[in-house]
Design a protein around this ligand. Structure first.
Ligand SMILES: [Zn+2]
Length: 122
C-alpha cells in the first residue's frame, strides 16, 4: 500500500527498504532504513518560488519529500534477503530458520508471541 504524506503523523516510524550488492557477486542484500518523523509539513509552500513542497522533518533533522514517503512502509519486511545467505529479521537479526528472538519488536513477531500465549492459557 502506498503511503502518502496526509497519512503521516509526528511520532510515526517509516521503513524504507533498500538493496545493495553483496561483494563482487551478483547477489543482492536487503537492508531497511527507519525514519522517525518529528514534524509533518503537508501544506508547506516555498516562500520564494511559491511551489508547494510537502515534506516531513525527521528527528535526525533530515527532510523526506513526497516521493521518498511513497517508497516507505509502516513496518519493515519481516525477513530481509541476504543474497545466498539466509534471510534475517531487520529488527532482531535472527535467521529465518531460527525464528524471531523473544524480544523482537517486529509486529509479526509480537502477534506470534500473543498467539502462543493464548494457546498456552487455554
Ligand atoms: Zn525478529
Amino acid at each position: 500500500m502506498t503511503l502518502y504524506i496526509d497519512d503521516v503523523r509526528p511520532g510515526d516510524v517509516l521503513y524504507q527498504t533498500y538493496t545493495y550488492g553483496m561483494g563482487n557477486t551478483k547477489s543482492r542484500g536487503q537492508g531497511v532504513y527507519r525514519h522517525h518523523v518529528a514534524t509533518v509539513h503537508a501544506d508547506f509552500v516555498h516562500p520564494e518560488t511559491g511551489v508547494r513542497v510537502p515534506h516531513v522533518v525527521l528527528t535526525s533533522g533530515k527532510k523526506l519529500y513526497g516521493s521518498d514517503i511513497r517508497k516507505c512502509r509502516r513496518s519493515s519486511p519481516e525477513w530481509l534477503e541476504q543474497g545466498w545467505f539466509e534471510s534475517i529479521c531487520g529488527d532482531c537479526g535472527a535467521k529465518r530458520s531460527e525464528g524471531h528472538r523473544y524480544h523482537c519488536p517486529h509486529p509479526r513477531a509480537i502477534r506470534a508471541r500473543e498467539k502462543a500465549a493464548l494457546r498456552g492459557a487455554s
